[in-house]
Design a protein around this ligand. Structure first.
Ligand code: SAM
Ligand code: SF4
Length: 326
């Protein structure tokens, strides 16, 4: 088991399959001219599977494929099918556009839960947030996943002045659809123009919902990053991911592997360990993995102030979200 110096056990690995994306979400990858890494610098399918195997042997029990957009990779199906053979819970975070092309592979691979990003229910606003005019496609793919009995979590990044007026409409969706809406507080990453005034916090989100609904708190599972709620009688649930206002690091069990094979022990860690190049050089990478886990800081990569409003985004050493793998 991979334990850090705070005795936290790590059994959840998020693997980024690509630093590329077919969307240009303003909070994630604002620069249309962003340069992507050459394919030779990224993990091949064999390397993804080999690295996953090493982690699984160390107690990893859950793997989430992410990116960039994981489904833009030509060999994404092959990777999903190969990883599905291991004794892990395999899941995916996607912008949803290619889900219909992958639905058979996802069902065959036994993927039971998928996170789809959707920040607005307004097609025009969708285009202004993502720079792509494909709201209808994403929404029909959400419904396609539900038809296949796949548990769908909808990730909605709430930004003040952009979409906080749609929070109640998202909660309303849970009345008739078994959707699990997760409102995410806007986080700072390299190049995303974050500032504290754009963060719409957990308490502000709940206050918006209280104006229209009576809801109850649900029990959160161990290691959950989301605080879960439900409007009584609704089929689905909603939750808030409170990274900025109430960080949940004390119980963290997550590690991240970037598409270029660097291990990040935290979403906000400045430090990275180059597993891919050491693997290509024929080195034993287990000591590197163990050391990286031991170096993990108690909270938010050790880079944030006690209250998020005192955090200076320009002082954070990190990558853009698309380049980390969210
Ligand atoms: N392309 C896929 C997608 O959009 O779902 C996977 C990668 S994306 C980086 C993973 C998640 O990170 C998405 O749900 C996205 O909304 C979230 N995300 C990206 N930038 C963020 C930010 N600055 N603050 C909070 N969440 C963010
Ligand atoms: Fe692409 Fe996902 Fe980032 Fe949007 S949030 S730009 S879909 S990686």
């Amino acid at each position: 088991m991979l334990k850090d110096s705070f005795n936290r056990s790590h059994d959840y690995l998020r693997i980024s399959l690509s630093d590329q994306c077919n969307f240009r979400c303003l909070y994630c990858m604002p620069d249309e001219q962003m340069e992507f890494k050459p394919a030779a610098h990224l993990m091949s399918a064999d390397e993804v599977v080999h690295l996953a195997e090493i982690f699984i042997a160390q107690g990893i029990r859950k793997i989430r494929l992410t990116g960039g957009e994981p489904l833009v990779r030509k060999d994404a199906k092959e990777i999903i099918e190969r990883l599905a053979k291991y004794p892990i819970e395999l899941s995916l975070t996607s912008n949803g556009v290619f889900i219909d092309k992958f639905i058979n592979s996802l069902v065959t691979a036994g993927v039971h839960s998928i996170n789809i990003s959707l920040d607005t229910l307004d097609p025009i606003k969708f285009k202004s947030i993502t720079q792509r005019d494909v709201f209808d496609k994403v929404w029909s793919n959400v419904k396609l996943l539900l038809q296949h009995q796949i548990h769908v979590k909808v990730n909605c990044v709430v930004m003040k002045g952009i979409n906080e007026n749609e929070i109640a409409a998202f909660v309303d969706l849970t009345k008739d659809l078994p959707l699990h809406i997760r409102f995410i507080e806007f986080m700072p990453f390299t190049g995303n123009d974050w500032n504290k005034n754009k963060v719409f916090t957990h308490s502000e989100i709940l206050a918006e919902i209280e104006k229209e609904f009576f809801f109850i708190k649900l029990q959160d599972a161990k290691h959950d990053t989301a605080k879960k709620y439900q409007v009584q009688g609704h089929k689905g649930t909603f939750a808030v991911i409170t990274t900025m206002s109430e960080p949940f690091c004390s119980d963290c069990n997550r590690l991240r592997l970037t598409a270029d094979g660097k291990l990040k022990n935290c979403l906000f860690s400045a430090e990275e360990s180059d597993l891919l190049n050491q693997l290509r050089a024929g080195k034993d990478i287990l000591p590197l993995i163990q050391q990286s886990v031991l170096n993990k800081k108690m909270s938010q990569g050790g880079q944030f102030s006690d209250t998020f409003s005192d955090t200076d985004p320009l002082k954070l050493i990190n990558r853009s979200m698309i380049d980390i793998g969210g």
